[in-house]
Design a protein around this ligand. Structure first.
Ligand code: GDD
Ligand code: MG
Length: 343
């Protein structure tokens, strides 16, 4: 079965991390975020995947060119200018003849795609949208349904006064090919305030699939941090990561007096000095050098980070290539030395 994953957009809310890599490629447990999403779809037999891309596609091409062990057919659909969520699907799926999954490429979940698809067919729906329950629906699209699960109303980014439900659009749709007729060619067009309201007006069979499974939109540093911790703690699952106490990559040198408290994950070639302490959940990318006495706690370090003696990094994210000075203290920070500096 086919899926189109929306991976356009600049990822501005994930800055400063997206000054180094595009949003789909930010590392989650040391693998690109989008690879977790793709491999999870494959588990459900969704193995014909189109990445609908509007923004800096080169690093995505380059990565997957070298990862041929993916058991999926992976193709790319490019937009010359951003076409919006629906415009991008029209651009990528002109020749679709069967039901297709469409996913927001920044959402990660344990939603049961197979069950969702079964329900779509059982309801003889034209479109099915997965819903998840959140505390703050104002950042998302609220979806109202009737008791039988038929969608009644869609309110994108409501003010609190318009919040009628905490069930929101989880960014996973099953769409029949006829839905594409609601999308104009080569134009910026959105599902959220274009296609879906029009379908409701027409009385199309549009159903919700409610899921209590783990779900997150990783589009901010805080949420991005959370998905890493949740994977390490086993609160969500990925075919690429088995939650384990301590995972140490090849070629790492850990001083016998260093303290590692799981869940901790070190990629290859890391060095951890005497009396250094790493307390999980923590992920260190390839080639990190942690000097003696340094402390790292509940943090994400990307590749090639140097942490000097006695430095302390707590609840923070550090993008690749940074040097943290002797006894420097980072707490609750997201830093990227590639971010443009204010003059
Ligand atoms: N190809 C392409 N082209 N992709 C796009 C474009 C575009 O022009 N615009 C956005 N996308 C992709 C983004 O990369 C992201 O993966 C997805 O579409 C959704 O865009 P966001 O900008 O992240 O939207 P949001 O998070 O504010 O809201 C959406 O997602 C929520 C769930 O996380 C809406 O669909 C909400 O209704 C929903 O609740
Ligand atoms: Mg989003």
């Amino acid at each position: 079965m086919k899926a189109i994953i929306l991976v356009g957009g600049e990822g501005t809310r994930l800055r400063p991390l997206t000054y180094s890599v595009v949003k789909p490629m930010v590392p989650v447990a040391n693998r690109p975020f989008i690879e977790h999403v793709i491999r999870k779809l494959a588990l459900h037999g969704i193995d014909d995947i189109v990445l609908a891309m509007g923004y800096r596609p080169d690093s995505i091409y380059a990565y997957f060119k070298d990862h041929r062990d993916l058991d999926v057919k992976l193709t790319y659909s490019l937009e010359e200018k951003p076409l919006g969520t629906a415009g991008a699907v029209k651009n990528a799926g002109r020749h679709i003849k069967e039901s297709v999954f469409v996913l927001n490429g920044d959402c990660f979940s344990d939603i049961d795609y197979s069950e969702m698809y079964r329900q779509h067919k059982h309801n003889q729906a034209r479109a099915t949208i997965a819903l998840t329950e959140v505390d703050d629906p104002t950042r998302f699209g609220v979806v109202e349904t009737d008791e039988g699960g038929r969608v009644l109303r869609f309110i994108e980014k409501p003010g609190w006064e318009d919040v009628t439900s905490h069930w929101i659009n989880a960014g996973v749709y099953v769409l029949d090919p006829e839905v594409l007729e609601y999308i104009p060619d080569d134009q910026f067009y959105m599902f959220e305030n274009g296609v879906f309201p029009s379908m409701l007006e027409k009385g199309e069979p549009f159903y919700a699939y409610r899921s209590h499974a783990y779900w997150i939109d990783m589009g901010t540093p805080e949420q991005y941090h959370r998905i890493n911790s949740d994977l390490l703690l086993g609160n969500c699952s990925s075919p690429l990561h088995v939650a384990r106490d301590i995972i140490i990559g090849e070629g790492c040198e850990i001083h016998p007096s260093a303290h590692l408290t799981g869940p901790v994950m070190l990629a290859g070639e890391c060095r951890v000095g005497a009396e250094a302490s790493i307390k999980g959940p923590a992920v260190l990318g390839r080639g990190c050098r942690i000097a003696g006495g340094a402390v790292i706690e509940n943090s994400l370090l990307w590749d090639d980070i140097t942490v000097a003696e006695g430095a302390i990094i707590i609840n923070s994210i550090v993008a690749s290539g940074a040097k943290i000075d002797k006894r420097q203290r980072l707490e609750g920070q997201t830093i990227n030395h590639r971010a443009p500096t204010a003059k």
